[in-house]
Design a protein around this ligand. Structure first.
Ligand code: NCD
Length: 324
């Protein structure tokens, strides 16, 4: 039985390198389900509850698709007029909803809310974003997308890879979880942001202590030729106190076709989405743009997590491999 069976996924730091490997090996086995090329029911009889109290389209639908394409069922609320609004605690909500479902996925603007929600739940909880804090499944799917698009068979092959993170490294929880995850490997990370949107120093120290090599860059132009992966992030408007500060800082960290002319032909351009104007649509046609495939890889990775956490991997044995 996997060590992930019955576990919460609240922070990416909860996972060891071995466990990440197991998630990726399982994701690889179910990828054709995620691409809609076959169908199987390893999650039959299981109910997933998704509770999203902050705007989301792809993350919630990605989890729900993962469950439904594996024969499981979903209950969901995005209701702002929920019991939380009446003043119910996160802990009570967790305790109650865990009586309806076998697994739960949580998103809320309060940092630390996922841990509180999980503290009295009777079933495993996956954090799908708690404020500016963490988004562990996004980091897993980002790393899986890096391996796939760089044609690396295993995580060990990542040694020496140069990965640039650009945009809002201060408030972007996807970047926070990704940097924590990359800390498990010998890669080089380039941080490209305005000083006002720099990675929190605590996170940076933590990554460096783990052995990650960090290079700070004021602009993309200077480093783009070095990179194997460019991970672009949105300026997190909703976390700014003033609109004018947001308007000032959103300038200057856009990717352009012109800049990409200096990049390697093997570069992988990734983005957690949604994008605003940091990644103009003309880049979508570039063979190095993988952010839409990344969405499908995300379904595969979430399928793998759901299977491993609920102890249903053994039901994959009769997975049909042919196209439907
Ligand atoms: C990210 C998030 O919600 O943190 N989006 C996502 O989950 N796909 C990134 C973002 O909102 O910028």
């Amino acid at each position: 039985m996997s060590s992930l069976n019955g576990r919460n996924i609240l922070s990416i730091s909860d996972l060891t390198q071995e466990e990440v490997k197991e998630v990726f090996q399982t994701a690889d086995r179910v990828e054709n389900l995620a691409w809609g090329q076959s169908y199987a029911e390893p999650m039959k009889g299981k109910v997933l509850a998704t509770l999203f109290f902050e705007p989301s389209t792809r993350t919630r639908l990605s989890f729900e698709t993962a469950m439904l394409r594996m024969g499981g069922q979903v209950i969901s609320t995005t209701d702002q007029a929920s019991s939380l609004e009446k003043g119910e605690s996160f802990e009570d909500t967790g305790s109650v909803i865990s009586r309806f479902a076998d697994l739960m996925v949580w998103r809320h603007p309060a940092a630390g809310s996922a841990a509180r929600f999980a503290s009295r739940a009777k079933v495993p909880v996956i954090n799908a974003g708690d404020g500016a804090n963490e988004h562990p499944t996004q980091a897993l799917l980002d790393l899986y997308s890096i391996l796939k698009t760089q044609h690396l068979k295993t995580q060990e092959k990542m040694q020496g890879l140069k990965i640039g993170l650009i945009g809002d490294l201060k408030y972007g929880r996807a970047a926070h979880s990704l940097i924590r995850l990359l800390g498990l490997y010998s890669v080089q990370v380039y941080l490209i942001s305005d000083p006002n949107l720099a990675l929190p120093s605590l996170l940076r120290r933590e990554a460096e202590e783990k052995g990650l090599t960090i290079v700070e860059a004021g602009n993309l132009k200077d480093v783009i030729g070095d990179l194997d992966v460019l991970y672009v992030t949105r300026i997190q408007k909703e976390r700014f106190e003033s609109e004018s500060e947001y308007q000032r800082l959103r300038q200057g960290y856009q990717v352009s076709l012109d800049l990409l002319r200096r990049a390697k032909s093997s570069l992988s351009i990734l983005h957690p989405l949604p994008r605003i104007d940091e990644l103009p649509i003309e880049i979508d046609q570039d063979a190095r743009a993988f952010y839409f495939d990344q969405v499908t890889y995300g379904v595969a990775v979430r399928m793998a997590l759901l299977l491993l956490i609920s102890g249903r991997v053994d039901r994959l044995e009769d997975l049909p491999s042919r196209r439907l």
